[in-house]
Design a protein around this ligand. Structure first.
Ligand SMILES: Nc1nc2c(ncn2[C@@H]2O[C@H](COP(=O)(O)OP(=O)(O)OP(=O)(O)O)[C@@H](O)[C@H]2O)c(=O)[nH]1
Ligand SMILES: [Mg+2]
Ligand SMILES: [Zn+2]
Length: 290
């Protein structure tokens, strides 16, 4: 009898599939080999169990979505992982990631790690991101504070982790499932050198869900989009934009802009607006190149 599962990794000619709460070592049916069909982690497949944990992949089901980096299919949500300290949170990168994640239509959860390194759990910036509609968690991979909450979010979903190098993504995975250690690195040795501890893509079964670690990065290009689209990923602008004088207002140099008015009345965080304008200029500059 065929059972449905999700591909978690391909390795040395075998495909590992998570189904019925266990991992199956699968080979492909001839026709898949002939077609050289591209499987990526997250793909839903039908497998035919054989002896022990062996099985064959009989069919691949249609993808709902797929990410390029990490190369994972059928993703439900992204955890954007930033440290409270060491390294200090890079809000420009966070806002870029929020644009990327928003564009792919995924749910974004912002996770701040290393709360054990700061005296104050509360940060006014966190509150601002919450009012934008994002979930914000504070956790420590050292004291395990907040880990249970992360576990609840992971259940039954495919999640990707993203965030700068050294922010504690692999450490978080280790806390979520201590049986299988992920490689973690020392912050000081890696920052700014572009070397990453995490290399390959693999989905890791955690509490009935699957999670992909992603190597950290320090800069990131915005996805291709029209200049008008960017504001969609700054959800706090939405309630003002209808009051701008021009329907096509980009909230930059236009007169009678309700978004800028909100900014002047401190209803919009200056840092967020600054990033919006910076991203807008990047997108406009790129449009001109073509
Ligand atoms: N104090 C403290 N240290 C942490 C915490 N989480 C991670 N670390 C440390 O931070 C360093 C980097 O952690 P990693 O988990 O390797 O970071 P990463 O995000 O996987 O980094 P890349 O794989 O390079 O993207 C390691 O030395 C961890 O021990 C935390 O909650 N508190
Ligand atoms: Mg890592
Ligand atoms: Zn405007």
């Amino acid at each position: 009898m065929l059972i449905e599962g999700k591909l978690i990794k391909g390795y040395a000619g075998f495909y590992y599939v998570y189904a019925n709460d266990r991992v199956w070592e699968c080979s492909l049916r001839g026709r898949f080999r002939v077609k050289k069909q591209d499987f990526i982690p997250g793909d839903r497949v039908l497998i035919l169990p054989g002896v022990e944990n062996k099985a064959t992949i009989e069919k691949v089901l249609e993808r709902r979505n797929s990410l390029v980096r990490p190369n994972v299919a059928n993703v439900d949500q992204a955890f954007l992982v930033f440290a409270r300290k060491m390294p200090d949170p890079d809000y420009n990168l966070l806002d870029r990631l929020l644009v990327q994640v928003g564009r792919t239509g995924l749910q974004a959860v912002i996770i701040f790690t290393k709360t054990d390194l700061v005296a104050d759990l509360v940060d006014p910036l966190h509150e601002y991101y919450r009012t934008c509609g994002y979930q914000v968690l504070n956790i420590s991979n050292k004291t395990l504070e907040g880990i249970d909450e992360v576990k609840k979010l992971v259940h039954g979903k495919i999640t990707v982790l993203a965030g700068p190098s050294g922010s504690g993504k692999s450490s978080l995975l280790n806390c979520l499932q201590p049986q299988k250690e992920q490689k973690t690195g020392e912050v000081s040795a890696k920052i700014g050198r572009g070397r990453h501890t995490t290399r390959h893509v693999e989905l890791i079964p955690i509490d009935g869900g699957l999670v992909a670690d992603t190597p950290g990065f320090s800069s990131l290009y915005l996805p291709e989009m029209k200049r008008e689209e960017l504001q969609l990923y700054f959800p706090e602008f939405l309630k003002y934009k209808n009051y701008c004088r021009f329907r096509s207002c980009l909230h930059d140099k236009e007169p009678d802009c309700a978004v800028k008015e909100a900014l002047n009345e401190s209803k919009i965080l200056p840092l967020r607006y600054k990033h919006y304008i910076q991203f807008l200029q990047e997108i406009i500059l790129r449009e001109k190149k073509y």
